[in-house]
Ligand binder design. Sequence first.
Ligand SMILES: *[C@@H]1O[C@H](CO)[C@@H](O)[C@H](O)[C@H]1NC(C)=O
Ligand SMILES: *[C@@H]1O[C@H](CO)[C@@H](O)[C@H](O)[C@H]1NC(C)=O
Ligand SMILES: *[C@@H]1O[C@H](CO)[C@@H](O)[C@H](O)[C@H]1NC(C)=O
Ligand SMILES: *[C@@H]1O[C@H](CO)[C@@H](O)[C@H](O)[C@H]1NC(C)=O
Ligand SMILES: *[C@@H]1O[C@H](CO)[C@@H](O)[C@H](O)[C@H]1NC(C)=O
Length: 439
Amino acid sequence: MMSSFSSILAASLTIGSTTAAPWGPQWWGGPKPQWGGSNNNAGQSSGINVQLGPRPYYLVNNMDPGPLKDKLESCSEGPFKTSTFSISHRGAPLMFPEHSRQGYVAAARMGAGIIECDVSFTSDRELVCRHSNCDLQYTTNILAHPDLAAKCSKPFVPYNATTNTPASATCCTSDITLKEFKSLCAEMEATTFNALNVSTTTTPNFGRIGTTPDWRTNMYSYSCAEPMSLKDQITLVDSFGVNFTAEAKTPQIPMPFQGNYTQQDFAQQIVDTFNEMKIAANRVWLQSFLPDDIFYWLANDDSFGVQAIYLDERADLTADGYDVAVASLPGLAAKGVKIISPSIWQLVTADNATGKIVPSSYAIAAKKAGLEIITWSFDRSGPLEIQGGGYYYTGVNNLINNDGDEYTVIDVIAQQVGATRIFADWAATVTYYANCFGL
Ligand SMILES: *[C@@H]1O[C@H](CO)[C@@H](O)[C@H](O)[C@H]1NC(C)=O
Ligand SMILES: *[C@@H]1O[C@H](CO)[C@@H](O)[C@H](O)[C@H]1NC(C)=O
Ligand SMILES: *[C@@H]1O[C@H](CO)[C@@H](O)[C@H](O)[C@H]1NC(C)=O
Ligand SMILES: *[C@@H]1O[C@H](CO)[C@@H](O)[C@H](O)[C@H]1NC(C)=O
Ligand SMILES: *[C@@H]1O[C@H](CO)[C@@H](O)[C@H](O)[C@H]1NC(C)=O
């Protein structure tokens, strides 16, 4: 463990010197930006020549007429810069395989001030960026590697057309070593588990158990997209001069792992990794859905704990979860939680009398409790024409009917709810808004 750490640290220390950047010259296409280069440099701005591409313009054009559209149109010519309001969710998974180097690079170019690694661990207890402990079967090509597929907790079972049973497999990061993990290719998240086989070249599955939704693209996964360890991700994100958010994933495998690796050891290892990489705690927003992780960090690593993000999905788990969550907010604040992070839908509601989207009782209670609010995730819903945007727009689906409505909701969340940051699967959308409103 130490030797691999030392070599990665050595790599990180060369960033900012005159040696070539490790990801190659094609990244810049221009002069190297002039940020400080020290990886403990709070207050620096990224210096990246931010490019937002056509999507924000498409969304603004698609909006219903009104003052918000006018305001957003008035910002069309920029200038655009990195915004700390804009958090990259899993890299840039609207178009790039999630948690891949290529996706993180895209997010930095799109002005994300904070880039996320969802943290899981391997069999040799190295930390890697994956959205779940056990999602390799639908976010990588592991099933196309017979030797590694044989290590999966549960083997591949093809889609059964007779019974209409989805294809299945369970392949956990903890089933394989870091070296094996790095030998995989990151793939677009499969959402329809329809694989009949997992051959790499003759099927649209690319070693996954299913296929990509038609509103994303496989364009950037034909050549191998690189999955990353947390250390590699920190080195890369630091090289952009932007900040970090790392989520301790809720375990899907029995803990303690290997008999003695507890959830607390895992939470601590994340902190230790940032400390080893010499990243100042005020550049790191740790997250967890598990309140015990937040309280652990507050009790043991206060400098990380004070800006830890409590991800709140209680409203999705039980019928009274929303009310329970709202009622709990003052108590959480009293226990030291500073930042609460519910999904978008929990923060907004439909005022059907006026046809307007307004802050929810959750948003009002969170503000009253003095909690900072961050929400997730825009550009994850596909076309908003379908079912009023679906899950993330629950409660306001009846007021959503075109893609441009995304900016209406972002505006309510920024201006009326008062959220301080927003996660998005395509950072450009939020960066455009943030730049336009000086956030
Ligand atoms: C990163 O975080 C530091 C400390 O909170 C802050 O001063 C800096 O502006 C942030 N950088 C970006 C790009 O958001
Ligand atoms: C599909 O399921 C049916 C019913 O359980 C079973 O008889 C059949 O063998 C399955 N087909 C495959 C290809 O496994
Ligand atoms: C693999 O599945 C695809 C459809 O997903 C099918 O066209 C192809 O024939 C299958 N290949 C083998 C070797 O079974
Ligand atoms: C944890 O258990 C592993 C074997 O699974 C052993 O190698 C290691 O020394 C143990 N660590 C501690 C801190 O007890
Ligand atoms: C607004 O109207 C929609 C559609 O009838 C309904 O589903 C929703 O519950 C209403 N919202 C509120 C807050 O009354």
